[in-house]
Ligand binder design. Structure first.
Ligand code: ADP
Ligand code: MG
Length: 248
């Protein structure tokens, strides 16, 4: 589904240059559930933006289902984004004074699709919000808002979903419910790429990619040994955070 070769994104900053992504070779097959993890600033979001056709690389190649994305026009990129890819972000990016139903129908209205409302209702039912279609975002909990955002991401039935820190604004129990939604989409055949710096979330995937300084430093299939390592890393990180907050 996804194949990159030496994918790079540089940002000029005054006299120097930030290598946000620095020569990434990556293959992701149809039906995979992959998490991308790594410290803040390691290039996770940049990778997601490139793979999601939101941005073009500075150099390197990107093939999406055999099509050469790095050579596409803006219009071609937009067509792939609308048809084949769904996005979920940390901040839910919903329209406030509009019902859950209309929020979910937005991508369909842009696409001039008929039966937009029926498709939006069905997407909300898939994420367990069939009983909240008339609610505005302000009348929903954080977890429910994120589920509306997921319904919006899947309303066009894309084969691929990118989620960038989707549990970042949620407590851990609500976060687990969101991950369950991704599991059920995955079971339905959708390819999932989940960006997170939380180890407990990352280890839910079948494969984990670790990034540092714009490069992939580890790419492994999830197994019990790896789960053990990640749990330890997670505990160290939360220990450090507790220490940090005591000192701070
Ligand atoms: P992550 O998502 O892992 O926290 P990002 O992909 O957002 O990391 O950023 C990777 C690096 O690229 C960081 O050092 C960041 O400051 C830099 N960067 C990202 N976007 C831009 C931009 N638009 N302009 C300049 N630097 C950027
Ligand atoms: Mg990020």
């Amino acid at each position: 589904m996804i194949r990159t070769h030496q994918l790079s994104r540089l940002y000029p900053m005054g006299d120097s240059v930030v290598r946000a992504l620095d020569g990434v070779d990556l293959f992701i097959g149809r039906g995979e559930f992959v998490s991308v993890t790594g410290p803040s600033g390691s290039g996770k979001s940049t990778l997601m933006h490139l793979l999601g056709c939101l941005e073009r690389p500075t150099s390197g190649t990107y093939e999406f289902e055999g099509r050469l994305v790095h050579r596409m026009t803006d219009r071609q990129l937009a067509a792939i984004r609308n048809r084949d890819i769904g996005f979920v972000f940390q901040t839910f990016n919903l329209i406030n004074r509009t019902s859950a139903l209309d929020n979910v129908a937005v991508p369909l209205i842009y696409g001039r699709k008929r039966n937009a409302r029926a498709a939006a209702r069905s997407a909300l039912e898939k994420v367990g919000l069939g009983n909240r279609v008339r609610h505005n975002p302000g009348e929903l909990s954080g977890g429910e808002r994120q589920r509306v955002a997921i319904a919006r991401a899947i309303v066009n039935n894309p084969g691929l979903i990118f989620a960038d820190e989707p549990t970042g604004n949620l407590d851990s129990q609500t976060g687990e419910q969101i991950i369950d939604v991704f599991h059920s989409l995955h079971a339905g055949g959708v390819t999932i790429v989940l960006v997170t710096h939380e180890m407990e979330v990352a280890m839910q995937a079948q494969r984990i990619i670790r990034m540092k300084d714009g490069r992939i430093v580890e790419d492994r299939v999830m197994d019990d040994a790896l789960r053990g390592e990640l749990r330890q890393l997670g505990e160290q990180a939360s220990g450090a955070a507790t220490l940090g907050s005591r000192v701070g």
